[in-house]
Each structure stands twice: as structure tokens, then as C-alpha cells.
Design a protein around this ligand. Structure first.
Ligand code: SPV
Ligand code: MG
Length: 559
């Protein structure tokens, strides 16, 4: 498809600043920059990271410098990197950013045929434009050596035409760069070349110079008289006030290699210091924070995506304490299995819990078995066995799974049935320790045991006031509490820090001999004594603690 600038509709949208909105294609935005009457800027980048930094700094476009991309790959600016290798770098840069990229296409990697294939591939990768220069393949950097043979004008015009005929995006820009001044020709010769390239369809002319003053570039601009947009690269005439480029009606100025050079200086500096000092002490404050690296890489987006596609518990594990056998009338039903393997409407208590965890993205599940561990036949869990379950308590079982207290984690009793949505409340909490507490729970009988344990006093009682969002904390837990605000549901969540505290506390209790028979409320009491403020989330109903046949019948109502 042959496309010339005259076929292209003017941009319909002019936004507040002089930038074109992001909803407009990258090629169209580059075209708008090039064709705008103001001086605009492209900043160099040479890989995905530097491209992101250019965008973050507020630049509206990127110069994918051949010199910088080559240097970053550790090769010379002599077409030592192949065009497909350059394309790969460009793909990372384009994927990492939302602003247009003008790529330095050197001499087009061969003749018209190589160049048109390159243009097609650039369009496929959402690159907004290419700059092609009138030297010979393989090229030499303009600032090296003095003998720079130029392409024949006709041959180069054919290359430009081939490129324009091959672009699949009508707004893709081809910037024709003349090296006439670099090769030692006078301004008149540069103008002749520019005129031919413009006639061949170039969208802009890049006039390059290696002089330390802008005189020949400004003379070119004066005589060119804005016949089509002009691009300048003031690397060597860097002391020139930018206003002089504006006055000369330059459309785009390219800061061509300054990210690469800044990186070289910074990397040398840190390498030298570390080599000499053999310590990180003096460099830590001078380098970007690791959090900055993760932010630039976009890790936050991945976390959100994991919540959407895997579930909110993607990074959370679970430990299910399931060592016990049923007591009383339940003893009969649990002769050949632990209590967690009791069947409720065709699904065991344990299978129900595993499903609820899986539904929330929690897959790393450790079950502490004890009585008849062989009866626990769920393949996707890790099973650890508390062999002395008959003489030890809940905390000893938890300690059997201490290796699983390595990150965010939910600890649950294996004999509870709960509606799965209760887990969402826990997973939203960012406290180090969070408990679900049921303020509506009432004992059915006065017989001690588990019915009377895990009672809690909180910093405030449950209020049904919809607007009350006061954070509630656990103050006391155990059968002894005098002010009962509710009963712990048997589900708690630990953050990574909370899990570490629990691990440390288990170790302390092991050392001081209190671990063996202690229960979960002893652990929480100890954490509170050490200064922890466990968060409480009140939930009313939607769970059953299966201690007798009546509870088992109740559990059948929890879908
Ligand atoms: C580049 O950045 O690779 C360029 C500009 O071509 S210059 O190095 O100034 O020639
Ligand atoms: Mg170059």
C-alpha cells in the first residue's frame, strides 16, 4: 500500500497539553509530534527498562538509538547486531511502554528489499517510525572516522519508496537522514539530497552534523524553509541553546545517547566502589531501591492479576490441624478415621475445607494428621503426622507443620465446617494475626472441653452498626475470660511476619517445656503478652465446630 502524507487525515483531537492522547495509535502520535509546529523531543532508550524510564520521565516519544542498543548488547555500532536482534530489543521496548518509538534503522540493513521487510516487521511490532540514513551497509557511526561514503541518491530514494510502500500502518513515519554534512559535503549538497528524499515520500528529514557548533545545521534549516519537518541530533553541538533550534523551526530534537552514557557512568562508579571497599555500606543509599526495580517491572500488576485469575490466596498457605478422633457418640463414627474424615452429605469435613481453600487460590495445604493418618486420602495436600497426638495438644501438632509457617498462612481446625466466603474476610486483612470471631455463638451445654475454650474478649463488642468500621483487636482468649465477646471460629490468618512470630513462639515454648500440651489459645495469649495486637473480624454464623452428633447434624445445613 503506497501511503503519502497527503492521504492522511489530520488528527481530530488536540488535547490540553501539546501531547496526543494515549488512545491514538503510537504511529499517529509520532506523526503528530513530527508535524507539529512546536519543537518536540525524543529521548534515547536502548532496552525495555530504559524505555520505561523515558516514559516515566514524561517524554512523549523514544529514540531507539542504534549506537545505544549495540553498546548495550556489547557490540559496535557497525551493524554487528543483526536486524532481527534489534527487532527483539524493540519488541521489549514497545511492550514495556505506551509512547511512540522512532527506531534508528541505520542504512536499512541492506538494499530496498531488506529495508521494506524491516519496515513491515516494525509495523507488526507497533514501532511508530524508522530513521534510515544515506550511508552504505555495514554502517559506521557518524562520529567515528572521516571517510563516510554515501549511497547514490536514486538508490536511497528507491529505498525510501520501498519503505513507504511496505508500511502497514498509514501513520508510520519514515525519517530520511542525510549524512552529507558528516561526510564533508556542503550544505547545498545536503539540501539537494533532502529535496530528493522528500520527493520520494520521506515524512521528515534528519540533518546530521558532527560539528561542535550548530551553524551548518541552522544554515540547512534556513534554506530548507520547512519544506517538510526537520529532525536534529545536537549530540556534538550540545552547548547550543534549545531556543536556537526552535527559532530554526526544527520539529524534533533527539537526545540521542544520554541514558546509555548515564548508565555507563553510574555502573562504573558502583563497580569501582564495591571492588575497592568490599562492602555494600557505601553504595546502598546511592543505588535505586529494590522496590523501585519491582515497581518498574510492574510486579504490582502481576499481584492484581493473580488475585483475578488464581484467587486472592495465591500467596497464602494453609495448615489444618486434624489429628484428633471424635469423642462421646462421635467415637463410634471415628473408629477407623480421624474426625476430619467424617462425612457430611457425601463430602468429608477435610475435603470441604480443602475445596474452600482451593476456591480462594490457596493450594499449598499442610494437614497435620494423628489418629489413623492412613484414612486421610486427599492427594493434593501435604500430610505430616503428629505421632504422639494422644498425649499432646494443638500446638504440638502445629509445631509438626512449622516448616509450612514460611509465609502468609491460614491455620484452621480440621473439625470445623464453614461457608467458603469466610476465607475472603481473612484474605483481605493485612494484620499480622487475624481471627474470625462469632459474637452470636452460645454454648449448648455447660460441659467444658472445647465447647468452653476459645472464648474471647475483644477491644470492643460486636456492633451491628453497618457504618462502624472501628478496628477490633483481641485482648484475651481462653475458657477463663470473664467478658465473652464471642468465640473464635477456629480460623486464623498470619502474615509473613505473623507466621515468623508464631514459629519463634513455638520454639520458645518448646524450650521452656510448655509446648507439649498447649492449645491455640495459649499461643495467642503468648503473642498478646509479647505485644502483638491480633485483629478480630466478627462473623455471625456460617460455621460449625463439630464436637458431637448434634454438631454433625448442624453441619449438614452448611452448604
Ligand atoms: C544513534 O543514536 O545511534 C545515532 C545518532 O545514529 S548518532 O550516534 O549521533 O549518530
Ligand atoms: Mg545510529
Amino acid at each position: 500500500m503506497a501511503v503519502t502524507p497527503s492521504h492522511i487525515d489530520p488528527l481530530p483531537i488536540i488535547c490540553r497539553s501539546n501531547q496526543t492522547p494515549a488512545s491514538v495509535s503510537k504511529a499517529r502520535r509520532l506523526r503528530a509530534m513530527i508535524e507539529s509546529p512546536d519543537l518536540r523531543f525524543l529521548m534515547e532508550a536502548h532496552n525495555g527498562l530504559s524505555a520505561k524510564i523515558v516514559e516515566e520521565a514524561g517524554f512523549e516519544g523514544i529514540w531507539a538509538s542504534g549506537l545505544s542498543m549495540s553498546a548495550a548488547l556489547g557490540v559496535r555500532d557497525n551493524n554487528e547486531a543483526s536486524w532481527t536482534q534489534v527487532l527483539e530489543v524493540l519488541e521489549f521496548m514497545a511492550d514495556a511502554t505506551s509512547i511512540p518509538i522512532l527506531v534508528d534503522g541505520d542504512t536499512g540493513y541492506g538494499n530496498f528489499n531488506n529495508f521494506r521487510r524491516f519496515v513491515t516487521k516494525l509495523c507488526q511490532r507497533d514501532i511508530a517510525g524508522v530513521c534510515v540514513e544515506d550511508k552504505l551497509f555495514p554502517k559506521t557511526n557518524s562520529f567515528l572516522g572521516s571517510h563516510h561514503p554515501l549511497a547514490e541518491i536514486d538508490e536511497f530514494c528507491g529505498k525510501i519508496k520501498a519503505g513507504k510502500d511496505s508500511q502497514t500502518d498509514e501513520n508510520f513515519c519514515i525519517v530520511a537522514r542525510t549524512e552529507a554534512l558528516v561526510a564533508g559535503y556542503p550544505v547545498g549538497h545536503a539540501l539537494r539530497r533532502a529535496e530528493a528524499y522528500h520527493a520520494a515520500g520521506a515524512d521528515a528529514i534528519l540533518i546530521h552534523s558532527k560539528k561542535s557548533t550548530p551553524d551548518e545545521v541552522l544554515a540547512f534549516c534556513r534554506q530548507w524553509d520547512n519544506r517538510c519537518p526537520v529532525v536534529a541530533v545536537p549530540t556534538k553541538y550540545y552547548a547550543t541553546p534549545t531556543q536556537r533550534l526552535r527559532d530554526a523551526q526544527v520539529s524534533v530534537a533527539i537526545w540521542a545517547n544520554h541514558n546509555l552514557r548515564a548508565a555507563i557512568s553510574a555502573m562504573r562508579d558502583v563497580c569501582r566502589k564495591l571492588r575497592e571497599q568490599e562492602t555494600l555500606v557505601n553504595v546502598e543509599e546511592e543505588v535505586a531501591r529494590l522496590g523501585d526495580v519491582f515497581a518498574l517491572a510492574g510486579n504490582e500488576e502481576l499481584e492484581l492479576a493473580e488475585q483475578t485469575y488464581i484467587g486472592p490466596g495465591a500467596h497464602t498457605g494453609a495448615i489444618i490441624l486434624a489429628a484428633s478422633r471424635g469423642k462421646g457418640a462421635l467415637a463410634q463414627l471415628t473408629q477407623d478415621r480421624p474426625k476430619c474424615m467424617l462425612d457430611v452429605r457425601g463430602v468429608t469435613l477435610l475435603r470441604r475445607q480443602v475445596r474452600a481453600f482451593n476456591d480462594h487460590g490457596i493450594r499449598d495445604i499442610t494437614v497435620v494428621a494423628g489418629y489413623r493418618p492412613d484414612a486421610i486420602d486427599i492427594p493434593e495436600i501435604e500430610k505430616v503426622v503428629n505421632a504422639s497426638h494422644e498425649t499432646t495438644g494443638e500446638l504440638f501438632s502445629l509445631a509438626c507443620a512449622r516448616h509450612a509457617l514460611k509465609g502468609p498462612c491460614i491455620v484452621s481446625y480440621g473439625d470445623i465446617v464453614f461457608r467458603a466466603f469466610l476465607l475472603s474476610f481473612l484474605l483481605k486483612s493485612d494484620a499480622d494475626v487475624t481471627l474470625l470471631v462469632d459474637p452470636s455463638w452460645r454454648p449448648r451445654n455447660k460441659g467444658g472441653g472445647k465447647l468452653g475454650s476459645d472464648l474471647v474478649t475483644c477491644s470492643m463488642p460486636f456492633t451491628a452498626d453497618f457504618l462502624d468500621e472501628t478496628a477490633v483487636e483481641l485482648e484475651e482468649i481462653g475458657p477463663q475470660v470473664t467478658t465473652v465477646h464471642g468465640k473464635w471460629v477456629g480460623l486464623l490468618q498470619l502474615s509473613e511476619r505473623g507466621a515468623r512470630h508464631v514459629r519463634e513462639t513455638l520454639e520458645e515454648m518448646e524450650d521452656d517445656g510448655t509446648l507439649l500440651r498447649a492449645n491455640m489459645s495459649a499461643l495467642l495469649t503468648r503473642l498478646i503478652a509479647a505485644g502483638a495486637r491480633p485483629a478480630v473480624i466478627y462473623v455471625t454464623g456460617s460455621w460449625v465446630d463439630v464436637n458431637d452428633v448434634f454438631d454433625l447434624a448442624q453441619a449438614r445445613n452448611v452448604s
